[in-house]
Design a protein around this ligand. Structure first.
Ligand SMILES: [Zn+2]
Length: 457
């Protein structure tokens, strides 16, 4: 089988994807999926990553463990080179967080998690009255007079009526990202944000908030407990809560994990396949983004295993620190400039391990048009289209280098059920759905490497 594939690959190098080559491409792609859907190495490794190194925020012990686990794995699956690209970055080390309502002198605990990188309180925590708002503007309108000395409670739910759940997320998330610093500006002592979760349940969903200087404590509250708190506040507008956060700001040495499969013709040109290795402190980080890491390593393994003699080097980058400061993505761009690395194309998987839907491409029109021609090869495997759009947070900084970028997109309806919560566990990952993604990424990389991106090539 391997020999036939090698022959087919050589055959398709010679021809552009005309009628004859079309059949050959379909055969090669079939062989990629055959292997992807019948091999569980990556699935088993994802389980190890999730169970042995959950909570992999930059600087945490498990972030280093995750790098080691994946470095060993990349060597095992046959990468030619595996190395750590080191950089220095700020980090935020989470220890604990709690929030309780004080009812009749008793503390009633609520389900919360700290937003990173928020401020800490003393061990005793901070007690204050709360003020519920639905928007950032409401805080501005209320002004310092009403906000000072209180804890601001942002309680606007996600709009669940949209088909595009990412749109609902992006509309809701301003209160998590900007809310705490705005509350701080008006003199608040702390901030509580309703979790960006379309469902009613008990999982707090954390995430990043922008906060500098004299930081205040900030937590995300589960949707069920947001309702509970709102109700309690309506019956007692002078209700007090006690907020407590224990976390630390440090500077750390950290690493992007990089593995190459050397190209046969243009080894100095790199096709990047990427995910991010870090994950929030409260989660196994299965969908976000353990699965993206393993789909990326699958591209390398599939090229090797199926015998797809790549012209360019395939470079897997497992980025560190997508979640807090995006320092890994920026550090790779700095490294590329220093080393004059030729990054030919980059694709990131960071939309969960669900069934494939489409690839978005962030590149000039002529390149998009060229990649769009590959749609027909991928449609039988659930890729509905290749369309203009964003790529990924980690590879995004490569845009300044002029690198054509792409994002692998999935059926996202359930993504925010789990996103940044303790609900994002390995058992939520479906083997076939994950591997359809690995197959799609490997196939797209194969077509790009075979037929080139620039017109003159
Ligand atoms: Zn992610």
């Amino acid at each position: 089988m391997k020999n036939i594939i090698i022959y087919l690959v050589i055959f398709s190098f010679i021809f552009s994807p005309g009628v004859g080559a079309q059949e050959e491409n379909l055969a090669v792609i079939q062989s990629i999926y055959d292997n992807a859907l019948s091999t569980d190495f990556a699935y088993k490794q994802l389980e190890r990553l999730c169970k042995e190194a959950p909570g992999r925020l930059i600087g945490s012990p498990n972030s280093f463990k995750a790098v080691e686990l994946m470095k060993e794995y990349l060597t095992e699956i046959g990468a030619d080179t595996v190395f750590l690209q080191s950089f220095t970055s700020p980090a935020w080390i989470f220890n604990s967080a709690s929030l309780s309502m004080i009812v009749d002198g008793k503390q009633v605990p609520l389900k919360v998690d700290a937003l990173g990188p928020c401020g800490s309180t003393s061990k005793q925590g901070v007690s204050a009255e709360i003020i519920e708002v639905m928007s950032l503007d409401e805080v501005r309108e209320l002004g310092k007079e009403k906000i000072e000395g209180k804890i601001v409670f942002y309680n606007r739910p996600m709009n669940t009526t949209y088909f595009n759940v990412f749109k609902a997320y992006s509309e809701a998330v301003d209160q998590r990202y900007w809310g705490p610093s705005l509350a701080q500006e008006y003199g608040a002592l702390g901030s509580i944000t309703r979790s960006a979760n379309p469902n009613m349940d008990d999982f707090p969903h954390t995430g990043s908030c922008r906060m500098e200087g004299n930081k205040i404590p900030a937590v995300a509250i589960s949707t069920n407990d947001a309702e509970k708190l709102s109700k309690a506040l309506k019956s007692n507008p002078r209700l007090k809560v006690k907020i407590r956060v224990d976390a630390e700001d440090i500077t750390t040495q950290s690493y992007n994990l990089i593995a190459d499969l050397k190209g046969s013709e243009k080894p100095n040109e790199f096709i990047i396949v990427a995910g991010h290795l870090d994950a929030w402190h409260n989660t196994e980080g299965a969908h976000d983004d353990g699965v993206g890491c393993l789909q990326s390593t699958e591209v390398l393994r599939l090229f090797k295993e199926v015998g797809l003699n790549n012209k360019r080097s395939i470079r897997v980058i497992l980025y560190m620190d997508e979640e807090l400061y995006q320092s890994g993505g920026n550090a790779y761009v700095a490294y590329s400039k220093e080393q004059q690395v030729i990054n030919y194309f980059a694709i990131e998987s960071d939309a969960g391990g669900f069934s494939p839907r489409f690839f978005s491409v962030d590149a000039p029109d002529r390149i998009l048009e060229k990649i769009k021609k590959y749609e027909s090869f991928l449609k039988p495997y659930g890729i509905e289209e290749i369309t203009a759009g964003g790529s990924g947070v980690d590879i995004g900084p490569m845009k300044e280098l002029g690198v054509p970028l792409s994002g692998y997109r999935t059926d996202w309806q359930r993504y925010f059920d789990m996103h940044h919560s303790a609900n994002d566990t390995f058992d939520q990952i479906h083997f076939r759905e994950m591997q359809l993604g690995s197959g799609a990424m490997a196939s797209l990389v194969y077509l790009i490497d075979t037929y080139n991106l620039a017109d003159q090539e």
